[in-house]
Design a protein around this ligand. Structure first.
Ligand code: URA
Length: 242
């Protein structure tokens, strides 16, 4: 990456501010003063410092967040806070975005990354990566309804056309207060898909949380709104699935 781009990306100002830094001889590559804004640097093999502080930059960043309710899995919004608003400033330079969407009132696992290829593959129904949810539902969920949910139900899309959901796995956990806790694994991510699947069998989702994306399981030690970087093992597992 070009030196001026690197410094601009890592918060050292606009390109012209970076030029001024270079002129003032405070930027060094491997201990040598750097003057050329266009010079290519490779942080795998070189050390860049500004005022003797090492510049750190990674191409890709992967974060898992426990999304709270009343927060959009979008990058910006006029009316609501977004998952990006919850990030520390130090992550903003990486331009991460949520891989797939959760509804505003859905909690749980959101993967945030600037690795567009990985994000795309995780979402793609062709890759059949399971998304695992816990739902608390009202209404009676019969055994027959569970079988229908598992084999595929017709749900309406926005244009009054209907489509058949792909096969799913459903496990009834038991009663919670006056609702029923159910876990469901689906490989698609259509708008309100889980809610509409349960609606198609006469039930209403009152609470929804995503627990996992494939083998990537939400770290339950993360409070709502908290996030952390994926470990190397978690990332490897995710990569193996796509
Ligand atoms: N299905 C839904 O209905 N909502 C979500 O947020 C995710 C899946």
């Amino acid at each position: 990456m070009r030196l001026d781009k690197l410094l601009a990306h890592t918060g050292f100002g606009t390109r012209s501010e970076v030029k001024r830094l270079l002129k003032s001889k405070v930027v060094k590559i491997d201990g040598q003063v750097a003057k050329d804004a266009k010079v290519k640097v490779d942080l795998e093999h070189q050390i860049v410092t500004v005022f003797d502080e090492v510049v750190e930059y990674r191409e890709f960043v992967y974060l898992m967040m426990n999304k709270p309710q009343d927060c959009l899995s979008a990058t910006r919004d006029r009316d609501y806070r977004t998952v990006i608003d919850l990030l520390d400033e130090s992550y903003l330079i990486y331009d991460v975005a949520p891989a797939g969407r959760l509804d505003r009132d859905t909690e749980g696992l959101v993967l945030l990354t600037n690795d567009g290829k990985l994000a795309h593959e995780i979402i793609s129904p062709k890759k059949e990566v399971f998304k695992h949810y816990r739902a608390h539902i009202s209404g009676e969920l019969t055994e027959e309804a569970v079988k229908r949910l598992e084999s595929g139900v017709e749900i309406l899309d926005g244009n009054n056309d209907s489509f058949l959901t792909k096969t799913a796995k459903v496990q009834v956990i038991g009663p919670v207060d006056d609702l029923t806790a159910v876990e469901i694994w689906i490989t698609e991510g259509k708008f309100h898909q889980v809610k509409r699947m349960f609606a198609s069998v006469g039930c209403k989702v009152e609470y929804l949380k995503r627990l996992a994306i494939g083998q990537l399981v939400l770290d339950e030690s993360l409070a709502l709104g908290e996030y952390r970087e994926l470990t190397d093992d978690e990332l490897d597992c995710l990569r193996r699935e796509i």
